[in-house]
Design a protein around this ligand. Structure first.
Ligand SMILES: [Zn+2]
Length: 117
């Protein structure tokens, strides 16, 4: 069996989770429309709003992955790749505790050759 320290992994996941939630809450997407901004100002605001939305999207996705990993720890299903069910390299899991796939499958995923469930 792998030498995964689940307690350690869980702590990392929770720390990362807190950080993400803080970041997501810190992104204030509401824009004050009470005053009429000049067009340049408006363009800048819209631009940063879009950037922030893109960032939140990434972060929400990662948050989902983290929640998923925490659930797998609870269910005693943490460790194997979600695609080929081989054990993910513990080094990889220590570095990226929310990883769902082994390196091989991650590569397939990035090439678009793996269907995410
Ligand atoms: Zn795999």
């Amino acid at each position: 069996m792998s030498k995964l320290n689940l307690k350690d992994i869980k702590q990392k996941l929770n720390t990362e989770r807190e950080l993400l939630i803080q970041k997501l809450n810190g992104n204030d997407l509401s824009i004050d429309d009470s005053e009429t901004p000049d067009p340049v100002d408006l363009a800048v605001r819209n631009y940063s709003k879009n950037v922030m939305l893109a960032v939140s999207e990434n972060e929400s996705k990662q948050l989902t992955l983290i929640d998923d990993a925490l659930r797998r720890i609870e269910d005693d299903e943490y460790g194997p790749c979600q695609n080929c069910e081989k054990d993910i390299n513990p080094k990889r899991l220590n570095a990226i505790p929310w990883a769902r796939y082994c390196l091989d499958c991650q590569e397939l995923l990035e090439q678009g050759l793996l269907d995410e469930e």
